[in-house]
Structures are given as structure tokens and as C-alpha cells.
Ligand binder design. Sequence first.
Ligand code: NCD
Length: 310
Amino acid sequence: MKGIKHLFGIAGMSREQINYLIDLGDSFTEVNRRSIKKAPTLRGKTIINLFFENSTRTRTSFEIAGKRLSGDVINISASTSATSKGETLLDTARTLAAMQPHVLVIRHSLAGTCEFLAEHLENCAIVNAGDGAHEHPTQILTDLLTLKQPWGSPEGKVITMVGDIAHSRVARSHLLAAKIMGYQMRIVAPKTLLPSQVERYGCEVFHDFDEALPGSDAIYMLRVQTERLTDNCCFPSIREYHEAYGLNMKRLKSAGSDCLVMHPGPMNRGVEITSDVADSVQSRVLAQVDMGVAVRMAVLAALCGGGDEA
Ligand code: NCD
């Protein structure tokens, strides 16, 4: 794919590359609507999913994406890999690379894992499926494909992102993508869940959720990343967090009936989002999951050189 050997993050990508993957993903949505969901694009290609952190959507969608394009997909999780027997990450990755896969899809709690491994593995493409609080590029491509149908281009739109910005790789990748694609990010979070100098991304920062609602084209809710919190002093209680930063129907109404609701999942109903909002007609949460498969088909196809024939 046009100058991309690996997919480490949104950082360093061009608008053309992002649009190319979104459009290719869009073309694959048709395969996902067929009764026989198979295309030959990845025939003879081997994809290994190597996940050291929990995942439902991302891992499953990479697996389904690879299989729908006729690739051979192998899943390895941390608990079943030899790292749990003391092997280093690099040795595990080298071992898998020696089996000649075309793509290694990696999720790890350490930022920069993919770049590090790519320096040592020459024969396969590496896709970042989430590295710590750093980047999660395929989630952002998923979101932009989800928004393509109602919006066309995201340019000039306002996405209001609410919650644990500090520990969210989804937030970081969106802040980078907003600059490249020309949409505006509003960030809403308590001070304890904001990264330092977040304004350098060119976003607007709010501490009062209600002030950020008018003019939002989409409200993007985030889960508090409890697994990445070093202490639990970020907010007084779940109830108070929900009061100040939870998306409920009253808030959604004040944002307007055209405002879309997004969440990368997993949702914590009753914490960052109420059930009626999560299940409302304005919610795009399941559409995001659907588009996640199509985008991962696009990423795998592009990295295996099959994007153009697709
Ligand atoms: C996100 C992640 O893993 O960063 N989830 C996902 O990939 N669908 C967000 C989260 O875990 O809160």
C-alpha cells in the first residue's frame, strides 16, 4: 500500500493513506453483506494475532477479516504463549516470524512494542492493535468509516470525546487523526484524566460536559481505563463521575437529534453512558463494530499487496 509497510499508528500517516484505507474498507462492506462472506484476496497469506491484553472486538474482527478474505489466521493470547513460561517478547515474536507469516497483529500494554519488534523482524508486516496508552490506529479508521456514510467527509465536523483521555490510545490516535483529516476535537475530562499539555494537539478542552454539547456532531464516550490507573484517586466515586461525565438522554437531547453517539467498547453502562443512550437510534456503537471488520479487511489486504486488485 502506497508507502506503508507496517501500520504502527496514525502518526506519520497522510490524509491520502487514511482515505485509501477507509475507501477500501468501504468496498469490503459489500462482502460482509453477502450470504457467503468470502473473497480470495488473502489466499495463501498467513496472519498471526498476538494479543497480550484482553480484547473482544479487535481480536475477533481481525480474525473474521482475515478469514473472510481467505487468509489463514492464527490467534495467540498472552496466557497461552511461551512468554508465560519466561520467554521474552522478542523471542516469541522471532519464533512466530520464523514460521513465515505475512502479517503479525500485535496488542501489548507497552507503548512502542510494534516499532521495537519491526526493527528485529524483517519478513513480515506488523499491525498495531493497541499499544498501551499510545495508539490504536485501526479503531480510528473504523470510526472514520462509520462516519463516512452519514457525513461524507469528517472535515469541519466536531467530535466531542469524553472520559479518560489520559490513558486512552483511542483518544491519542483520534487527536492525531483530527489534525490530518481536518475535524475538530473537543475534549471533556476531569483534570486528573487529562494528559499534560493536551492543547498541543489543537483540541478544545472542557471540564464541564454540558458546555461542550452544543455544536457537537458526535459524542464519543470512553471507558475509564482502570487497568492503567496507578492509583484510584482520579475521581471521588463512580456516582459522581457519572453525574459529571456520563452521557444521559438529557445531555444527548441538548446536543441535538443529529448528534451521533460513539464508543469503542467495551461500554460500562451506568458509568460513562446510560443504557437508553447506548441503545438509542443516535448510537453508532454496533455500526462501529460492523465497520471494524471491513477496515481490518482493508488493512490486511493493503499490507499483503491485495488492496488494488480488491
Ligand atoms: C479500546 C482499546 O482497547 O483501547 N477498545 C477497543 O479496542 N475496542 C478501548 C477500551 O478498551 O476502553
